[in-house]
Ligand binder design. Structure first.
Ligand code: F6R
Length: 632
């Protein structure tokens, strides 16, 4: 939440900051601002600043005010926490010569505000962020260096935060600090960058340093120095990023979300291929490429230790937020069904505060696209405290969550820019299926023939997903037809229940309509009261046969009897379901029915997308949302 970019070098900084912010706008788009240092004719520097509520493009109208040669600037795109999204609350914030941008929350802001006010400080915004600038200013005025002033000020505040600070009396130097909110440093030739995330600097450098919690850095154009919060210098161990730049362009699609929906076959291949030994019909848990360790202490957990933890697990706790939690609910069912280990999936925001019973022999499995979600990160720390092994399923390399875990299984979905998660979700589901099967294989709860069946089906999954996406025109047609309904009720059972939740979430977040996901069996316990012709009921039952399917169909009959409008996601030969539906979308078959939810959700993503387009909402940047939720 909130995007930060800073630059010191020799090039005109303002354009670089603007471009970097554009790459980070997914982190928040309530307001934006840039501050740059201008050199006056007498050789001194002054800070010039432009800020505007709303999206980044609103800054363009003010561009003339910072249109001077400057090679030292910082910028920010905001997701509002304290104070409404107006001009005054937009970052950067100034305290005399000090200018700061901030991502996070100062939890003890009230105390600090009172203290500063008592000393006669007046404030120009309602934000907690501004206070940090005043703390730094006070330290500077007592004769400390900028680095020392930032260090001492940071010690005063509580909560997860990242700050970037400049001082007009120290042109060419930026000081940054973080704890809990992400910051990366981009190391260039005669120039250096700081940003909330790698895409902001990727066009200029691939040499990245991931700032650790409680680390500070001092950047000039020629040098970057890292310090711990107790003042000790640390080595600058950078990594080379190999992400493709085209991943962050729309490549002809109208929206990132649509592009990312269509990237899913490729994302699934990239995620699954290292795990599947197709010639032997076995899972490869030992593939070096799949289980990576990126903990800050650098200790690597070998695959034997991972296998042991899974084999000896007394319970698995799957913990995540939002869409990732829906993948977790799917994973929970598969792990319990295949590996026969008691498994519980829950929301990180609930888990961390309910004082869960955890044993050292339990295993944690957290799921996160960004690797930065505050509640999920806190859940990891809680599980680690009780001595458990904790593994992550994550998309963003070396982000905070993988660094805290004992090992990480990466979804190779590529950079996901659309705020509504799509390709990260299906790759999470696929990877959870792999983990469930691999666990089951090692625990001896599935036989070789079953393992082979799963390996083959997962091997086919990308191709079948491509086939499913070929029906996008059919999905677009039904989405248009039903885009103005009063409400949307997604019904599924078993493994289709998590995707009922996900289908409803996608629609809510990008089309701003009322939608709910329900277990079909729960219908008559309440929600059936809402059924009428203006309520669209989406029935997710593509397995075509089996006990649960028969039960779902009879639940759907109840909808029919009450004149609800019915859109089914069904097997091509399911004439029974088609007969009672107003419209249907076919879901292609695959070797194991447990993988059908992954194929079905592709059509639900397309449905949400086309409804949103029809309703004219902001698909890639839905109101009030941000992609990376780094505050509680
Ligand atoms: C919805 C969505 C969110 C995220 C949630 C967790 O489309 O993207 O619900 O799934 O904020 O984020 P991560 O996966 O980054 O931990």
């Amino acid at each position: 939440m909130c995007g930060i970019v800073g630059y010191v070098g020799k090039r005109p900084a303002q354009d670089l900051i603007y471009k970097g912010l554009a790459r980070l706008e997914y982190r928040g788009y309530d307001s934006a601002g840039i501050a740059a240092l201008e050199k006056l004719s007498n050789g001194s520097f002054v800070t010039r600043m432009i800020k505007a509520p709303g999206k980044l493009k609103e800054l363009r109208a003010l561009w003339g005010q910072i249109d001077f040669p400057s090679s030292h600037a910082i910028g920010h795109t905001r997701w509002a926490t304290h104070g409404e999204a107006n001009q005054a609350n937009a970052h950067p914030h100034r305290a005399g010569p000090i200018t700061i941008v901030h991502n996070g929350i100062i939890e003890n802001h009230q105390l600090i505000r009172e203290e500063l006010a008592a000393k006669g400080v007046s404030f120009s915004s309602d934000t907690d962020s501004e206070l940090f600038g005043h703390l730094v200013r006070a330290e500077r005025e007592s004769g400390k260096t900028l680095l020392e002033s930032v260090r001492l000020s940071f010690r005063r505040i509580q909560g997860a935060s990242a700050f970037v600070v400049m001082d007009e009396r120290l042109p060419g130097t930026i000081v940054v600090v973080r704890n809990g909110s992400p910051l990366v440093l981009g190391i260039g030739e005669g120039e250096n960058f700081v940003a909330s995330d790698v895409p902001a600097v990727l066009e200029s450098t691939r040499n990245i340093y991931y700032l650790e919690d409680n680390e500070l850095a001092e950047l000039t154009s020629e040098q970057v120095r890292i310090y711990s919060l107790d003042g000790h210098e640390r080595p600058l161990n950078t990594v080379e990023i190999d992400w493709a730049l085209d991943a962050i362009d729309k490549q002809g699609y109208e929206h990132y979300m649509l592009k990312e929906i269509f990237e899913q076959p490729r994302a699934l291949t990239d995620t699954l291929s290292a795990w599947l030994d197709l010639s032997q019909g076995r899972f490869r848990l030992d593939a070096a490429a799949v289980a990576r360790k990126s903990k800050s202490d650098g200790r690597t957990l070998g695959h034997q230790e991972i296998v042991r933890a899974f084999c000896e697990a007394t319970m698995v706790h799957v913990v995540a937020c939002g869409t990732a939690a829906h993948a977790g609910y799917y994973g929970q069912q598969l792990i319990e069904k295949l590996a026969r280990v008691p498994t519980r999936a829950e929301l990180a925001s609930e888990f961390r505060y309910r004082d869960p019973m955890l044993r050292p022999t339990d295993v944690g499995l957290v799921v996160s696209q960004s690797g930065e979600t505050a509640d999920t990160l806190a859940a990891v720390k809680l599980m680690k405290q009780s001595g458990m092994r904790v593994f992550a399923i994550c998309n963003v390399r070396d982000s905070s969550i993988p660094r805290e875990c004992d090992a990480v299984f990466y979804t190779n979905a590529g950079i996901e820019v659309g705020v509504a998660s799509t390709k990260a979700f299906t790759t999470q589901m696929a990877l959870l299926a792999v983990v469930a099967c691999a666990m089951a294989s090692h625990r001896g709860t599935i036989d070789a023939a079953t393992e082979k069946l799963w390996v083959e089906a997962l091997g086919h999954l990308p191709e079948v997903a491509r086939h499913s996406l070929e029906q996008s025109a059919d999905v677009e047609a039904v989405a248009k037809k039903y885009s103005k309904k009063k409400g949307y009720l997604f019904l599924g059972r078993g493994l289709f229940f998590p995707i009922a939740l996900e289908g409803a979430l996608k629609l809510k977040e990008i089309a701003y309509v009322h939608a709910e996901g329900y277990s079909a069996g729960e219908l008559k316990h309440g929600p059936i009261a809402m059924v009428e012709p203006e309520m669209l009921v989406l029935a997710l039952a593509p397995e075509g046969r089996g006990l649960l399917h028969a039960k779902t169909v009879s639940n759907i009959e109840e909808v029919r009897a009450r004149k609800g409008t019915l859109l089914s996601f069904c097997a091509a030969d399911d004439n029974q379901l088609k007969k009672i539906s107003d419209s249907w979308i076919e879901v292609p078959p695959i070797g194991v029915t447990e993988l059908l939810p992954i194929l079905t959700v592709l059509s639900l993503q397309l449905f949400a997308y086309y409804v949103a387009v029809e309703r004219g909402t902001e698909v890639d940047q839905p109101r009030n949302l941000a992609k990376s939720v780094t505050v509680e």
